[in-house]
Design a protein around this ligand. Sequence first.
Ligand code: HEC
Length: 99
Amino acid sequence: MKKIIIATLSASALFAASFGAQAAPAKAATCVGCHGADGNSVVPNFPKLAGQHANYLEKQLKDFRDGFRKDATMAAFAKGLTDAEIKELAAFYASQAPK
Ligand code: HEC
């Protein structure tokens, strides 16, 4: 299982390196409805993720997941994420241009 994850991660890293843009991680599919495909949410209630610092995004997601930052909606979406998936999501949204 671990090997598959590592293989998937390095494959997407290669993809990103060769095309000069970072591909959206698989888990981002569940975030699109509220935060937009590239983290530029269109609804003011949903914070924009595009261009925020990766370390900040990573911490917020872990805090939602682990109950240090309270928001019922985000807790539900962060709940199933592993540390590696959170890192990948944070790097992806940080690399997107804010609009
Ligand atoms: C149903 C709508 C919804 C979905 C789906 C959703 N979010 Fe959120 N997200 C929110 C709301 C609302 C907030 C603001 C919570 C608060 O007020 O603390 C938020 C906040 C955040 C923040 C903190 C932003 C900041 O500036 O502090 C991050 C990071 C985040 N979401 C990432 C994600 C990721 C990654 C996913 C997918 C795994 C996701 N969200 C899915 C609604 C959603």
